[in-house]
Write a protein that binds this ligand. Structure first.
Ligand code: ZN
Length: 162
């Protein structure tokens, strides 16, 4: 964690934040206008009871759970997103509590090109051994069954229903 006190690292992350703000301006504007109006983020319309509908419920509830568990990102900023170490496109670890850390938006974006800061934060939390087990779980590319999704939806009930 020493590098977070390194002034050069601070400078790099500041310039990163500046660049990412420029790049993601429309998104940032949309997010801040939503924050002001307390309007829930619009979501894709899916058929109630379908697999996609269950996944929307779980994704929202699971993100609420992770952000409540980790109110701060590993950089020290408040967390606003659920950051996945192994990509969300891997079903086996998409809703794995050990695969996720509450993250700020710049760190979550940066993670796509540099996995090292989150890896260090994860290992500091769960240790090398459990990290290696997590990695093994991520190799399973099987899909979750409908009843597994139902169980997850029950476990991570979102406060705000879609
Ligand atoms: Zn961060």
């Amino acid at each position: 964690m020493a590098k977070f006190n390194d002034p050069l690292f601070e400078y790099r992350s500041m310039s990163y934040r500046w660049n990412s703000t420029l790049k993601s301006k429309p998104y940032q504007l949309k997010r801040s206008s939503l924050k002001g109006g307390k309007k829930p983020r619009s979501i894709r319309k899916v058929e109630k009871g379908s697999e996609a509908w269950l996944k929307q419920l779980i994704t929202r509830g699971f993100s609420e759970f992770i952000r409540a568990r980790d109110p701060f990102c590993y950089c020290g900023q408040p967390s606003t997103e659920n950051g996945h170490y192994f990509s969300r496109s891997i079903p086996a670890t998409e809703y794995d509590e050990e695969n996720c850390l509450g993250s700020c938006s710049p760190c979550n974006q940066k993670h796509e090109s540099d996995k090292e800061p989150m890896k260090q934060a994860l290992i500091a939390r769960i240790g090398e051994e459990r990290f290696a087990e997590l990695e093994r779980r991520s190799w399973d590319h099987g899909k979750l069954t409908y009843s597994e999704l139902e169980e997850l939806a029950e476990r991570y009930k979102p406060k705000r229903r879609p």
